[in-house]
Design a protein. Structure first.
Ligand code: GLP
Length: 272
């Protein structure tokens, strides 16, 4: 596991965007797994800048988003800016600014009439595409990946999940409140890739910033693997893992000195 500690959010975002851009340049038809939340916004901004100023080309890239609220989504008969769906978030923050093809963007559809069949279809699409090359992940304050709330099986697949009060509170503060939506109108269920699904990605980048994530970052990276903190499943991943943190999110880690030592050695000997 590469644990990289950056000075601040801007550095974390630039570094993460560079890792993603490196993959796109070396494999133009790569499959990206993408995340929502406030944490990746800076990374998406930097990718947009690279597209506009450096010609970073998304024309062959395929994307799969991690999750979606049940009951909201893009209804092609309505303007998408009216909802608080993750699909809308992705269009606003990334897709509408880059040259990705609409047919290469995959979302879980929160408006589905048959969630179970839809989740199965989503898993099949990921397989058909050849699997996810690089999955970007944030972490919720209760330690969740995507919407895999505490108690989710670490082998879980894409499915419907009930959201915890803490997740609803956090996401209300970050998004719904700003959009003027009443707390009582928030969806209480979501569609989410499972932990088992996420662990099949060839490479994983997890990002976190700010002191409010410090406890859960330390628990997931240095604590026991547990379904109570689903992001702790990162310790079970067999491919490339990079965790990019700012100083505040890294502040409760015990082995910081070692992580920094490893990073310095890599820089010194030009190791990947
Ligand atoms: C939501 C998303 C997660 C995300 C988490 C953290 O619950 N489903 O994928 O990691 O929020 O959000 P933030 O980055 O705003 O802290």
């Amino acid at each position: 596991m590469n644990i990289i500690i950056k000075e601040n959010y801007q550095e974390l975002s630039t570094f993460t965007a560079n890792l993603i851009a490196k993959l796109i340049r070396s494999k133009p038809d790569c499959i990206l797994g993408l995340a929502t939340g406030s944490t990746p916004i800076g990374t998406y901004k930097e990718l947009v800048r690279m597209h506009k100023e450096e010609g970073l080309d998304f024309s062959q890239v395929k994307t799969f988003n991690l999750d979606e609220y049940l009951g909201v989504g893009i209804d092609l008969n309505k303007p998408y800016h009216l909802d608080q769906s993750y699909a809308r978030f992705m269009y606003e923050e990334l897709f509408k600014h880059i040259n990705i093809k609409k047919e290469n963007i995959y979302f879980l559809n929160g408006l589905t009439n048959d969630p179970e069949a839809h989740c199965k279809w989503y898993e099949e699409q990921i397989k058909k595409a050849g699997g996810i090359d690089l999955q970007l992940l944030g972490i919720g304050r209760d330690g969740h990946w995507a919407f895999n709330e505490p108690g989710s099986s670490l082998a879980s697949r894409t499915r419907v999940q009930a959201l915890t009060k803490q997740t609803l509170d956090d996401n209300y503060e970050s998004f719904y409140k700003k959009a003027g939506v009443d707390r009582s109108e928030m969806p209480h269920f979501a569609l989410t890739m499972g932990i088992g699904t996420i662990l099949e990605a060839k490479n994983i980048i997890m990002i976190a910033n700010g002191s409010k994530k410090a406890d859960v970052v330390a628990a997931s990276l240095e604590g026991p693997v547990t379904s109570q903190i689903t992001a702790s499943a990162i310790q079970l991943h067999s491919g490339g893992i990079t965790v990019v943190l700012d100083k505040e999110a890294a502040s409760k880690l015990k082995n910081t000195e070692h992580y920094m030592h490893v990073e310095n050695l890599k820089l010194k000997y030009n190791l990947p």
